[in-house]
Design a protein around this ligand. Structure first.
Ligand code: SF4
Length: 280
């Protein structure tokens, strides 16, 4: 299947987002996802243009709100494959309040974070993942705030699949997105996706030189090992790449379906029965 649309990507030349898109095309091709059963949902930002270039049903939603919209789609149509993508500002600033709940509820979707550590669409303001020293329009003398690490947050929030890769490593990006889409539950893949137009310090070379592949014996079922790998990488100024953590547990729609079955097997369930069930 060909997942390219007639709309050619209109990102700047050299933007890391081109690499992420190629990774997504490869992952979809390898999985053979039917575009009629694929929904690609984004928020606002340079990276949130991505659904225009992927043959699928799609929603280009409000800033930071891709997750809640995707949740509604998933609960209404659990048979669809849901791919969400967005940037660091979209997902971890204005949309930051939604991320814990996508993770803890284990909503069956794949969230691809395209982290360029800057607001690109609005022409270069610091984002929640920008390095403290970064000089930008909003920080002409250098920043004063510490950045947050999306993968550390997602591990803490209880995401059942957490991975990190680089936009320049299309092979790894495709592989991790493929595994994320195969995973039953909430899969989070952070892709360090450089912005050559507005972020001169986190360029492709910097990301490549900072990346550190997880050790071969890294145990992906061990949350402590995942946390340790991320914390050690921080201490050494490195960016851990690879599959950090994966666990199998029921998804939100599975638990909802189970609950509906318990109260009569019909979606037209009686709310009083659910309240009775909830009583200790
Ligand atoms: Fe990519 Fe940056 Fe250009 Fe946006 S501004 S398209 S993130 S290079």
């Amino acid at each position: 299947k060909d997942y390219k649309t007639d709309t050619k990507p209109f990102w700047c030349p050299g933007c890391g987002d081109h690499g992420v898109l190629t990774g997504i095309y490869r992952a979809l091709t390898e999985l053979g996802v039917d575009p009629n059963y694929l929904v690609n949902i984004s928020g606002i930002g340079c990276s949130s243009r991505l659904p225009y270039f992927v043959r699928s049903y799609k929603m280009h939603t409000l800033h930071g709100r891709a997750g809640p919209v995707a949740t509604g789609v998933q609960l209404a149509r659990p048979d669809l494959a849901i791919l969400v993508n967005g940037g660091d500002g979209d997902g971890f600033s204005i949309g930051g309040g939604h991320m814990p709940h996508l993770a803890r509820k284990n909503i069956n979707m794949t969230y691809v974070l395209m982290d360029n550590r800057i607001y690109g669409l609005t022409k270069g303001q610091v984002s929640p993942t920008s390095q403290r020293k970064m000089k930008a329009y909003t920080t002409p003398y250098g920043g004063v705030e510490e950045p947050l690490d999306p993968v550390l947050y997602m591990l803490t929030y209880g995401a059942s699949f957490v991975a990190q890769t680089l936009a320049t490593n299309v092979k790894m990006t495709a592989q991790l997105i493929k595994e994320g889409m195969e995973h039953k539950g909430f899969s989070f893949i952070s892709v360090m996706s450089h912005c050559p137009t507005f972020n001169a310090i986190d360029d492709a070379k910097f990301f490549k030189e900072s990346a550190e592949e997880l050790q071969e014996n890294h145990d992906v079922s061990d949350i402590d090992a995942a946390m340790h790998a991320v914390n050690m990488a921080h201490k050494n100024g490195r960016i851990p790449v690879g599959l950090l953590f994966r666990e199998e547990r029921p998804t939100l729609d599975e638990r909802m379906a189970e609950l509906v079955k318990q109260v009569g097997g019909s979606p037209d369930y009686d709310l009083r029965k659910i309240i009775d069930l909830a009583r200790p």
